[in-house]
Design a protein around this ligand. Structure first.
Ligand code: HEC
Length: 164
């Protein structure tokens, strides 16, 4: 009996987690094909792949969709240091849909990420973007860490510094 009670207590403690997991699944499955397609369209128009997908610009967008938004190990060097476009599939997976909207409308990053454009994106569009990114699935690894301006970044990198 004692053992039964303690296992009940354990499962009671796990219940909120289970609910959370179930509601995350429900949220994902509630995304309609139209939402996902709209999110894809916004990702294309927002040019997220140009920076967040390896070789996307060099190959004029000819990169398999399964490799989209996995982050970029080629840094962008500016006067502020060298920043690496993050793995957005990991970022999206770390947030619920409502949290993503809050995050995307408040986040300020280093250059050259156009964070102000995210702030200007309507919540329903941010939700569609989220649904599309979640539909791509979580994959890949985190992008490398930021390199401060006084340190040499790993090569190759893109030089976004203004040279006079
Ligand atoms: C010109 C290149 C560029 C474009 C275009 C771009 N990003 Fe970024 N993004 C970056 C870089 C570089 C970082 C990392 C900045 C830093 O280290 O502070 C970043 C960071 C972010 C972050 C914060 C880091 C994280 O994952 O939590 C989010 C969110 C983000 N980008 C979303 C987007 C979305 C969505 C789009 C398309 C609408 C987009 N970005 C387009 C370069 C870009």
């Amino acid at each position: 009996m004692k053992r039964l009670m303690s296992s009940l207590r354990r499962s009671a403690a796990a219940a909120p987690l289970l609910l959370l997991a179930l509601s995350a699944c429900a949220a994902a499955s509630l995304a309609s094909p139209a939402d996902i397609e709209h999110g894809r369209y916004l990702v294309l128009l927002g040019h997220c792949n140009n920076c967040h997908t390896v070789s996307y610009t060099e190959r004029a967008g000819n990169v398999p969709e399964s490799d989209w938004l996995l982050g970029n190990p080629i840094g962008f060097r500016t006067a502020a240091g060298t920043a690496f476009a993050s793995n957005l599939r990991m970022t999206a997976a770390a947030y619920g849909e409502a949290q993503w909207v809050t995050y995307a409308t408040a986040v300020k990053t280093r250059p050259p990420m156009p964070w102000w454009s995210l702030h200007a994106t309507r919540p329903d569009d941010l939700r569609a973007m989220y649904r599309y990114i979640r539909d791509l699935g979580v994959a890949g690894r985190p992008a490398p860490d930021f390199v401060p301006p006084d340190r040499e970044p790993p090569r190759p990198f893109l030089n976004f510094r203004i040279e006079k």
